[in-house]
Design a protein around this ligand. Sequence first.
Ligand code: DQA
Length: 144
Amino acid sequence: MKITVLNGPNLNLLGKREPEIYGSMTLTDIQVRMLSFIKDDSVEMTFMQSNKEYELVDEIQSLMGKENQFIIINPAAFTHTSVAIRDALQATKVPFIEVHLSNIYAREDFRKKSFFSDIAMGTISGLGANGYLLALSHLLNYTK
Ligand code: DQA
């Protein structure tokens, strides 16, 4: 199984960025935790963060036609704007879990609309960095 973990704009600033909303862990801290969760050699995990929409689209497209692929994605601000990333996910048909550190439904109205939730396997929002681990745990335990 191959899991690609994608993070959108400004998530490179985690740890320094509004810690009262997004927590004090850096993206590297989260990646280290996720890697330590994997006990099975047959699971490969790669990480990518980009502030550029087209780079996320290109990364998703690169998975097209490959077997046994899953994505964990926090599209960050692109959650609320990106038809392009949604289309890439739909085109490649790679099953994905949408993760948000904050509870996007308890914030500004513009954050309540996600272009991803209706086509995701599931969405985790508001559980902080733990959301990534919960998404990973689901893929490891409940998918074949
Ligand atoms: C976010 C929520 C988005 O609304 C915001 O633009 C982000 C991060 C989250 O993880 O809570 O950058 O996806």
